[in-house]
Design a protein around this ligand. Structure first.
Ligand code: TGC
Ligand code: FAD
Length: 389
């Protein structure tokens, strides 16, 4: 396959600063040189490429939009989005790792933690010396996390946690879990450290999607944690949802990266593959699919870029993030499916990146709020009527 040239039909590079382009190009090279050559093996073997963690940390990719005083890169939200795009062009598992570490672990510690918690955890997480995970979903409560059963009871100076979380990215390899539990004061966030008695994190096997990502259960059986492990700024489900907004923002950009990889493959392949004595790119039905891909990627880029500018200006509403997550993942999955068809039988082979992205996007369209849940979030914003139940 030819070198990735970027997708920029509307000259959106003209709207990026030099620094934003430099960040994007650095991560683009990283994806080309470090992720793409090894990711098929990890996808096949269902392992996470642990060796990439220090390399990503070295590039400042964890919690990249958080302040430098805690060891983070302090980049703006547009640059952060471009990082997510390029990582996911490599593989959704790598973007997921960075999303969880930054948006779902570092962000809540930064936003809801004490100064001591921030000093202890943020520089180590930014440096990749520690790995984090985020436990909200439970076996019986996914789209409706407000009904969670996991609870925490104060006993003396400690909190005692009981319950279980499911489908948790990075769970088994995490040094610290941000865990959401019901208390007498409503839902609160807690830091649970690996090795704590009564806490285990078995891996979920046999996934056919996001195979290069570690996904786990978190189990709490009379798990006693120190009182100071409460994130004191948390209060209610809203705190957890604020973290999701950060991750959903990254996914809105990331999904475009996966779509770009599929589009790029499809253009290359259809130009080279001949049937009926012509390149298959010469057929109208093939061109129609390529036009769909480029048009939807371009619309998704405009959505993501303006979302980023709103976020940088402090004007972003969470429903706008929901719209972008919903749209961009949906068009990325449709792009992957069309690209897979255009590659014919080769489309099901890991010799090409398309089927890997297509399988991964089946998770991406489900996690961080399913496509339908985001539809209902936007629907409520239009009508003022929540249609969740
Ligand atoms: P509801 O009553 O609507 O809301 C409770 C309070 O929260 C406020 N709120 C938000 N605030 C900030 N950001 C948001 N996105 C918010 N959405 C709602 C709301 O205004 C209210 O505030 P207040 O002041 O009135 O108390 O809550 P609900 O229980 O009815 O639920 C609503 C619903 C369905 C939208 C929500 O629960 C939801 O988003 N469900 C989807 C669950 C989800 O996305 N889970 C993701 C788990 S993490 C994950 O998937 C990681 S994947 C990681 C990887 O990249 O690998
Ligand atoms: P359900 O909530 O059971 O939904 C099933 C179906 O019903 C969906 O189609 C949904 O749209 C539909 N549905 C549900 N409610 C409604 C409604 N009111 N109206 C219309 N339709 C509805 N969670 C974490 O906390 N941390 C993580 O790190 C994490 N990582 C993940 C990694 C992977 C690979 C995957 C697949 C999931 C991960 N999740 C994580 C869980 C993810 O957030 C949930 O899967 C997601 O929120 C959906 O919940 P559910 O799977 O229980 O589906």
């Amino acid at each position: 396959m030819g070198e990735f040239r970027g997708v920029d039909f509307y000259r959106l590079d003209d709207l990026l600063s030099e620094e934003e382009m430099m960040v994007r190009d650095t991560v683009r090279t990283f994806a080309d040189e470090r992720i793409i050559p090894i990711i098929d093996r990890h996808f096949e073997e269902a392992t996470f490429p642990m060796g990439l963690i220090p390399e990503m940390a070295g590039l400042g990719l964890f919690g990249a939009n958080l302040p430098e005083e805690y060891g983070c890169a302090g980049m703006n939200d547009v640059a952060y989005g471009l990082v997510m795009q390029e990582l996911e062009r490599g593989d959704s598992a790598i973007r997921s790792f960075a999303s969880v570490q930054g948006a779902l672990v570092m962000y809540p510690i930064y936003t809801f933690g004490t100064e001591e918690q921030k000093r202890r955890w943020l520089p180590a997480l930014a440096a990749g010396e520690k790995v984090g995970c985020f436990g909200l979903t439970e076996p019986n409560h996914g789209s409706d996390p407000g009904s969670m059963e996991t609870h925490a009871v104060k006993r003396g100076d400690c909190w005692v946690l009981n319950g279980a979380k499911s489908w948790i990215t990075n769970g088994t390899i995490a040094d610290v879990a941000v865990v959401w539990a019901k208390t007498a004061d409503g839902i609160r966030g807690f830091l649970v450290e690996k090795g704590t008695r009564g806490f285990s994190a078995p891996e979920i096997k046999h996934k056919m999607s996001l195979r290069a990502s570690v996904t786990s259960q978190l189990v709490f059986e009379d798990c006693e944690i120190p009182g100071e492990n409460l994130l004191p700024g948390t209060g209610g489900l809203k705190s957890a949802l604020m973290c999701l907004n950060q991750a959903r923002y990254g996914i809105a950009w990331g999904a475009l990266g996966a779509a770009m990889a599929c589009y790029h493959s499809a253009v290359d392949y259809t130009g080279a593959r001949h049937q009926f004595d012509r390149p298959i790119a010469a057929f109208q039905l093939v061109q129609e699919k390529l036009v769909y891909m480029l048009t939807e990627i371009t619309k998704g880029q405009l959505l993501a870029l303006h979302l980023g500018r709103l976020k940088d200006a402090g004007k972003l509403r969470f429903v706008q993030t929901s719209m972008a997550k919903m749209n961009n993942v949906s068009i990325a999955l449709e792009t992957a499916r069309k690209a897979r068809q255009l590659l014919g039988a080769n489309g099901i082979s890991l010799e090409f990146p398309v089927v890997r992205h297509m399988c991964n996007l089946e998770s991406v369209i489900t996690y961080e709020g399913t496509h339908d849940i985001h539809t209902l979030i936007v629907g409520e914003a239009i009508t003022g009527i929540p249609a969740f139940c």
